[in-house]
Design a binder for this molecule. Structure first.
Ligand code: HEM
Length: 515
């Protein structure tokens, strides 16, 4: 009997209710076209999330059905340039969607706090941590880790192993650069933030410790744990909080997919507890957190807050940086003439004692380097997907009146590839970013400034932008000065698998040492 009641409930919730809701159309969303079953159920989005290619599916839907489409029963996606500012810009009443509440699991961090006042408070706490002065102070740490990466790639270029524990071998002169760039981004953020560098580049693998709330330690693979967690959380994140909790924390609680979330939190917990136990001699970014009471902040951050913010730093500080590095190195390997131009310009601007690892200050005098990085951001934004927001009152988005309580989004992947904004938009052309790039109009340069949004915009824009540019500039310049990069098959495509970020799957490559 219980079985039949359960079956009837599932049928009502999954089939009957969506059909009735569609025809009742209380929010007036039926006028917007939708692909296949998307207007009835979140399953359309979940299917494309599961395949890891939702950003391409959404891009295709906009090209076929227009600038405003319905991606779910309560989700409207926009693709016009104007809609980005209307959704993400300053001065709107739009907030982050319940999708983020699902991710927060009751202990929100700065990135997933949906309440505006809570977010403002958290952002205030971290604004000083990410001030230009503090970021500049981390530069020697970044340079040291880049040095290790260059050392490892030299070994890889000769077909060797970094150590006995190296898990990423070379085959016929070809190796996958992606995990090395991810190990770099992990080593860098753990050093910069907690002075507890993971040391992945020394060992050639990504094993690290996760600490449970009761102090139990477990060895986990950082990359696999993080990617499993984000892939799974995004897949079920479209469900209502009730279904999300039921599926993730109860029905599938026994799976690694479900446990990977607590394991990743455990990685952050271990870093934070180690850092609190062993304060470093040199200040790191953690030193700027209000962990002790002061005149300005009499009540210091609680342990839960420290854990929540540590978790978001480990998350945001590793994966987007890795994706941006991998995308850029692919673009350079595919476009040999541009790679040579970048190397020539770097050699022309830098003193010999700055080769191959130069200061960020020196690199800012090489406009072609920034053009290369920005053009890769345009063509493959690490966060390609339309991050979901929620209307809290009737809101006009690109001329359409959207009622309160509707999920809205617009994706950078599609915006960055609009032919009406960028000439030859599907091609990777760093020259379009140069102030004197004769082939491109002033209007296109304005469009680049206004509509290339890899770090989003408005009050929830990336707080780590300056750190990201510093890491990318020092790392890419060193890799291009120290090695010549070629793809094993000219014209080989770079595949992406989208979780929350749009991750490159692998980058098989050859490196020839130049120094
Ligand atoms: C290439 C590198 C990076 C890219 C492309 C990037 C991109 C983004 C984007 C698009 C968002 C908005 C996400 C949303 O609305 O859900 C964001 C938010 C955020 N990013 Fe980054 N990010 C990068 C690096 C970093 C780094 C290195 C850190 C810090 C270690 C960081 C910390 C954050 C935080 C804390 C937020 C949340 C901000 C808030 O809600 O107020 N990011 N990032």
């Amino acid at each position: 009997m219980l079985f039949y009641i359960a079956l009837a409930s599932i049928f009502t919730a999954a089939v009957l209710y969506p059909i009735v809701a569609y025809f009742k159309d209380e929010k007036g969303l039926r006028k917007y076209p939708a692909p296949s079953i998307a207007a009835f159920t979140p399953l359309w989005q979940m299917y494309h999330n599961w395949k890891g290619l939702k950003f391409l599916a959404v891009d295709r839907v906009h090209r076929e059905l227009g600038d405003v489409v319905r991606l779910g029963p309560n989700h409207v996606s926009f693709s016009s340039p104007r809609s980005f500012r209307d959704i993400y810009g300053h001065g709107t009443s739009i907030i982050k969607d319940t999708f983020y509440d699902n991710q927060a699991g009751g202990n929100p961090n700065m990135a997933d706090a949906t309440n505006k006042a809570t977010h403002r408070e958290k952002r205030k706490n971290l604004a000083f941590v990410f001030s230009p002065k503090q970021i500049t102070a981390t530069e020697p740490r970044v340079m040291r880790i880049v040095e290790k990466l260059v050392r490892d790639i030299k070994i890889k270029a000769q077909g060797g192993m970094v150590s006995d524990t190296d898990r990423f071998p070379v085959k016929d002169g070809v190796f996958d650069l992606r995990p090395w760039l991810n190990m770099f981004s992990y080593d860098a953020i753990t050093d910069i933030f907690w002075s507890q560098s993971y040391g992945f580049l020394d060992r050639g693998n990504d094993d690290c410790m996760a600490e449970a709330a009761d102090g139990t330690l477990r060895k986990v693979s950082a990359m696999h744990t993080f990617h499993t967690n984000t892939g799974f959380s995004v897949l079920v994140g479209h469900l209502s909080p009730f279904w999300f909790d039921l599926v993730k924390n109860k029905l599938l609680a026994w799976t690694f997919a479900s446990k990977s979330g607590p394991y990743f939190t455990g990685m952050a917990r271990h870093l934070a507890t180690q850092r609190l136990r062993n304060p470093p001699k040199e200040p790191d970014l953690f030193s700027n957190l209000p962990t002790h009471s002061s005149e300005k902040r009499p009540v210091p951050m609680s342990r839960d807050e420290i854990l929540a913010e540590s978790s978001v730093m480990l998350n945001a500080g590793n994966d987007t940086t890795q994706s941006a590095l991998t995308n850029t190195m692919y673009d350079l390997a595919l476009n040999a003439s541009k790679q040579h131009r970048l190397r020539d310009e770097l050699r022309r601007h830098l003193d010999t004692d700055q080769l191959p690892i130069a200061s960020y200050e020196a690199l800012q005098h090489v406009p072609y380097l920034r053009a290369v990085i920005d053009e890769s951001f345009r063509l493959h934004p690490p966060l390609g997907t339309g991050v979901p927001r929620l209307t809290t009152e009737p809101t006009v988005i690109d001329g359409k009146l959207i009622p309160p309580g509707v999920t809205v989004s617009a994706q950078a992947w599609s915006l960055h590839r609009r032919e009406d904004l960028f000439r030859d938009a599907e091609s990777w052309i760093p020259e379009r970013w140069l102030p004197d790039g004769d082939d491109f109009s002033d209007e296109e340069r304005r469009n680049l400034k206004d509509y290339v949004q890899p770090f989003s915009q408005g009050p929830r824009a990336c707080i780590g932008r300056n750190l990201a540019y510093m890491e990318l500039s020092i790392c890419i310049a060193a890799l291009v000065l120290a090695f010549e990069w070629t793809l094993p098959h000219q014209g080989a495509k770079l595949r992406h698998h989208e979780r929350f970020n749009c991750n490159p799957v692998e980058l098989p490559i050859r490196a020839r040492a130049l120094l």
